[in-house]
Design a protein around this ligand. Structure first.
Ligand code: FE2
Length: 296
């Protein structure tokens, strides 16, 4: 569907987790407009908390969604006037996991999964001016920023922590003043910007310029995740891992013996195959039922 400027083998070898990549005009900007966004947004359940509004920080949810009751059913309703007020006055909106509501974004995520070789999810960012949702920060997962509508200004800087994990929070650290800026430009509708995890970035709306972009996050298993999985799913079969640990002194011999068992299991191709199968059982991809072919 989309025309990436670099083929996937080259992307995986040269750019994935290594380098920033700006790809111009990958998508047809005419394929998705604000009406499509409104239609996709319509299916979002307000009570789930996937929609967040920001203006000088996060707006309290009670401002833009109200409790509603219909006979026995109690739920929430979005308040149309509050959305208009916040978004018309420099606010911005984030819709987490938008691929669950939008077939178009689900297809985009699937395509970027195939491109990167890893699972992806898509969060939507909509704004028409103001000072941006977040300040300069880094994320612990790589992101394809896909500009669907309008334009947005991005600056990207080299990382100060290599390949950070989600336990290392990129918002809590002081932004660097001396790290090299590698990108300072405008993303236009149809463009894609790949930002490796850990790279600092700041995203700013242009004055009175509407913008909708999807941050397609790449979620990868890390070595740590694999070893944790092996520990949990494989090691309890060994008596050495089930023994009570003495707290009076470190029994280095027993630890070394347990680590040997961990090494032998984690380096076996059978264990690795089993892990890959467990990863493939995923709830993230919704099926699309082709009723046209069923009923026509
Ligand atoms: Fe980010």
């Amino acid at each position: 569907m989309n025309n990436f400027n670099i083929d996937k083998e080259c992307f995986r070898k040269e750019f994935f987790e290594k380098n920033l990549l700006h790809m111009k005009s990958c998508l047809d900007p005419a394929r998705y407009d604000w009406e499509d966004f409104g239609n996709d947004f319509f299916s979002i359940e307000p009570g789930l908390g996937t929609v967040r509004l920001y203006r000088d920080g996060r707006v309290d949810r009670q401002v833009y969604q109200h409790a509603a009751q219909n006979n026995e059913e109690v739920g929430f309703k979005f308040d149309e006037a509050s959305f208009a007020n916040i978004l018309n006055n420099g606010g911005s909106m984030v819709v987490n996991r938008f691929e669950k509501s939008s077939r178009y974004v689900a297809a985009l995520c699937r395509e970027l999964s195939d491109y990167s070789g890893h699972a992806t999810v898509g969060n939507a960012y909509a704004t028409k001016g103001g000072t941006g949702t977040f300040g300069k920060h880094w994320d612990s997962h790589c992101v394809f920023a896909v500009q669907l509508i309008g334009k947005k200004h991005w600056t990207v800087f080299r990382p100060t922590v290599d390949l950070p994990l989600s336990t290392q929070n990129g918002f809590a650290k002081a932004p660097p003043t001396d790290t090299e800026m590698v990108f300072d430009g405008i993303l236009e509708a149809g463009d894609v910007l790949y930002i490796p995890r850990g790279w600092w970035h700041a995203v700013n709306p242009l004055a009175d310029q509407p913008s909708l972009h999807i941050a397609v996050g790449i979620h990868t298993p890390k070595v740590l995740d694999y070893l944790k999985w092996v520990l949990i799913h494989k090691m309890s079969a060994n008596k050495e891992f089930r023994e009570t640990m003495a707290l009076t002194r470190l029994d280095a011999g027993s630890m070394a013996q347990a680590c040997e068992l961990l090494t032998s299991s984690s380096t076996s191709s059978e264990t690795f195959e089993e892990y890959l199968n467990a990863l493939n059982i995923s709830l993230s991809e919704k099926p699309y039922i082709d009723f046209d072919s069923i009923f026509k």
